[in-house]
Design a protein around this ligand. Structure first.
Ligand code: ATP
Ligand code: MG
Length: 283
């Protein structure tokens, strides 16, 4: 049995559970309790506030956790980052009122900075030889300059929309973050085995993200050129069609390149192009 801590409510909880579900691990979400057992995998889910996850994993009350890397950095908990999960991407940045001119890190000398991430911030200030006053607040950090509580803020940014609507501008990115799978450093052999099994499944799910399965009919004499457009996991699959002179070509493409490749394949004479959802990729 292995125990994983995930965020009970908030930005990362749905995606964390969805990832487990895609990996064939079903958890009774209707009766979301503090601790829930998976139906068909030796795994328990512990639902926590995100701030508590790194410490609980480092302390051994949970073996694994899914949490924003920003929380791992802030708590300084001794955990192993096992995988980057590719969601919950954001950054920790310094922002100042829009009207002020930014002159580099020394701008912050003697200033008051509001943040929920005092440890990450003090590390950055130290590295840059700046002495500033850190004001720790847990919510509504972005309104603190307008409210006269601080001269600047250090907070999570994703699109930047919240900063703009509060009359602020981002001037330094200190840490890039995304959801990570963390593990306690001292897993025993049995738990490590369960983790390996879980990673095999999670990797298959994560490898399919942003990819599509594509198949089409192509004249035999254009096949070589079409194969060049479509590099596959190893190499595209080619099957003969009953119609003379044609074959069926199957491959996997990155979604962001999809339309570009379809245009090239159409120009080569491809017909009956089908694009399908890809569920898992096992290398
Ligand atoms: P909790 O109640 O569990 O303490 P919280 O309010 O502290 O939750 P959330 O706002 O749910 O935290 O954010 C959880 C994590 O999601 C953050 O630590 C960060 O890694 C990521 N995150 C936060 N804001 C954004 C955003 N705007 N875009 C993308 N990811 C974000
Ligand atoms: Mg929190």
């Amino acid at each position: 049995m292995i125990r994983i801590a995930i965020q009970s409510k908030g930005r990362l909880s749905e995606e964390s559970l969805a990832l487990l579900r895609e990996a064939g691990i079903r958890i009774d979400e209707l009766k979301r309790k503090f601790l829930a057992r998976a139906a068909d995998f030796p795994l328990e889910v512990l639902y926590l506030r995100d701030d508590d996850i790194p410490g609980v994993v480092a302390g051994g009350s949970a073996d694994l956790g899914i949490v924003g890397y920003n929380e791992v950095a802030e708590t300084g908990a001794e955990v192993r980052v096992v995988r980057k999960m590719g969601f919950g991407t954001c950054r920790l940045s310094l922002a100042i009122p829009k009207a002020q001119e930014y002159t580099g890190p020394s701008f912050f000398e003697g200033k008051r900075i509001a943040t929920s991430y005092p440890n990450v911030l003090s590390g950055w200030l130290r590295e840059n030889g700046v002495k500033a006053d850190i004001c720790k607040i847990m919510g509504s950090v972005e309104i603190s300059p307008a409210a006269g509580l601080a001269d600047a803020i250090f907070d999570i940014v994703s699109s930047g929309g919240t900063l703009v609507s509060n009359g602020l501008k981002e001037v330094e990115t200190v840490l890039c973050s995304e959801a990570v799978l963390i593990a306690r450093p001292d897993l025993d052999a049995e738990k490590q085995q369960i983790l390996d099994k879980l990673l095999f499944r999670l990797d298959a799910v994560m490898s399919s993200v942003g990819k599509k399965y594509i198949l089409m009919n192509i004249p035999n004499d254009k096949l070589a050129e079409a194969v060049k457009v479509l590099p596959a996991l190893r190499s595209p699959t080619v099957m003969p069609l009953a119609a003379e002179g044609w074959c069926s070509l199957h491959s996997v493409v990155e979604e962001r390149e999809l339309w570009d490749k379809i245009e090239k394949l159409k120009a080569l004479g491809a017909e009956g192009i089908l694009v399908l959802h890809l569920d898992k990729v096992i290398d």
